[in-house]
Ligand binder design. Structure first.
Ligand code: FES
Ligand code: FES
Length: 269
């Protein structure tokens, strides 16, 4: 199959990449970036030979990359990469946190836009215009020294927790003040962990940890004393991760966490 044919097919696939439950919510797209399939990330790096991504060599150009593999919701992995006027090459998770459409780059506005319901995001991924309430994870992207390879560094997303080391995220609890109080919680990234974490201080001796992705459509849940809440469509979860109120139909994924009074350690499966 030629590259052109593959690109055309993937562009069609990109149009139905929303979660199945949301297909009706996905209005016709205003614009669609080209998409190409690429190899799975290796040690957090997605690498693509430059001749495959001519769009990204032009100022203002953009492209969707689909690294081999699926996310928690069975969707193809998807990254939007753009050659931005303001910051050069940048990459973002391509699924809009509102309802899962794939976003696109609007160079004239120096923004990422969602063609479904017009959410807008800054170059750094922050929400500039709802209905999305959560930002996009953004990543650094660059060309190799010999200009032959585009490299997207998925481990470079800023985190509120320290980086993954030997399968664990470990930190002193005093470095995350919100966990010092009973019922306190923090949602955020740990560099090297491919999903957000939510940690909640459930008792003097216990810290709970979950993959923060809401099983409904992937927004990051937040702690609220004795519950976890998804800010996007109101799903509620108990402290065991079970669904207390939909639309989420599946529980949160709990992670093993230890707390010895000073140090919290979360095992990333
Ligand atoms: S899916 Fe609704 S704004 Fe993006
Ligand atoms: S993403 Fe819809 S309730 Fe969480």
């Amino acid at each position: 199959m030629t590259e052109l044919t593959r690109r055309s097919l993937l562009r069609v696939c990109a149009g139905v990449a929303c979660a199945p439950a949301l297909l009706q919510a996905c209005a016709p797209r205003e614009s669609e970036a080209l998409a190409i399939a690429v190899q799975a990330p290796v040690e957090g790096l997605v690498s693509v030979s430059t001749p495959r991504v001519p769009e990204l060599l032009k100022a203002g150009g953009s492209l969707i990359l689909h690294p081999e593999g699926n996310d928690l919701f069975g969707r193809p992995l998807s990254l939007l990469v753009a050659n931005t006027s303001s910051q050069g090459l940048k990459a973002w998770d391509a699924y809009c946190p509102h309802a899962g459409c794939e976003v696109a780059w609007a160079d004239h506005d120096d923004e990422v836009v969602c063609p479904c319901h017009q959410s807008r995001f800054s170059v750094d991924g922050a929400v500039k215009q709802p209905p999305a309430r959560q930002g996009l994870d953004s990543y650094s992207a660059k060309l190799s020294a010999d200009n032959q390879t585009l490299i997207v560094d998925l481990s470079g997303s800023a985190g509120v927790f320290p980086a993954l080391q030997n399968g664990y995220v470990t930190f002193l609890i005093k470095s995350v003040p919100d966990l010092l109080l009973l019922g306190g919680s923090v949602t955020g990234r740990a560099p090297g962990v491919p999903f957000p974490l939510v940690l909640l201080r459930s008792s003097p001796a216990e810290v709970l940890a979950f993959d923060a992705r809401c099983p409904h459509l992937g927004c990051s849940v937040e702690g609220a004393q004795k519950l976890l809440i998804c800010p996007c469509h109101g799903s509620l979860f108990g402290l065991d991760g079970s669904v207390k109120q939909g639309p989420a139909a599946k529980p949160l994924v709990a992670l093993s966490a230890t707390f010895d009074g000073q140090t919290v350690s979360v095992k990333i499966a």
